[in-house]
Design a binder for this molecule. Sequence first.
Ligand SMILES: Nc1ncnc2c1ncn2[C@@H]1O[C@H](COP(=O)(O)OP(=O)(O)O)[C@@H](O)[C@H]1O
Ligand SMILES: [Mg+2]
Length: 264
Amino acid sequence: MRDMMKTKQKKHSTSFSAAENGKTLHKNLDFTATEQYKLLRTNLGFTLPAGEKCPVIGVTSSIRGEGKSTTSINLSYVLAEKGSKVLLIDGDLRLPSVAKKMELDQKKGLTDFLMGQGGNLEDFRSPLLENWYIMTSGTIPPNPSELLGSSRMNALLTEFRKTFDYIVLDLPPVNLVSDAMSVAGYITGMVVVAREEYIEKKDLKACFRQLELSNVKILGCVMTCAKRKSGSYGKYGKYKRYKYYGHYGHDAESQKESGKGGKP
Ligand SMILES: Nc1ncnc2c1ncn2[C@@H]1O[C@H](COP(=O)(O)OP(=O)(O)O)[C@@H](O)[C@H]1O
Ligand SMILES: [Mg+2]
């Protein structure tokens, strides 16, 4: 692994452990693969716009259960581990899971901030790393799409961007609801999670088409539950840029320019 920079951050000793054999970030996360998420971190360095202050990285997938939340948690963790000040936000306001996965009992969350009753950001600091902040969803609203896509969300992200180096936004799946697309204009780009032997090709195509139509920059694709192929990944999810990536280009603009619309 190229990226073996040691963390300078103080790790707090709690039940969280980034831990045994380097694969487990937290016991509630059935699956983590630290090395592969570090590779994702490295590769994002190539696809994120150079020099952008605090990129906002959305994480989505075609359908549920593909590993969005797991990826969001692990990605934000490895970004923080390298010294950046990182905020993970559970933006899946329909089926939030970050609080449960990380055993957090936050009274307030994203929706409270959106309603102007958020409170102190320091309350969201993780016990694992002092520069890792985790904001759970807050009270589930009746209108998640409207709330996520509201000008308040934009204003909130603009405010947070002044404080953090990265924001990772765990979003609902693209093919089921419009929530993920409602933040399209407020994020730097999207990481798409695809679960092998779970997602159908047509669903993945529909997901990319949606992102393309909303002018979302695709930062990369994480393939979860990838089967061992070369022997190097084993049962752990591997990161790679989506194999059909070339057909879609980096974003809809380059798409239009290149005249590629195509089928994966
Ligand atoms: N890379 C991976 N490889 C294998 N299983 C994974 C991976 N990422 C997540 N999982 C498992 O898949 C299930 C769904 O993950 P989750 O992150 O909750 O998905 P989502 O947020 O997309 O609904 C969980 O049981 C999780 O442990
Ligand atoms: Mg989830």
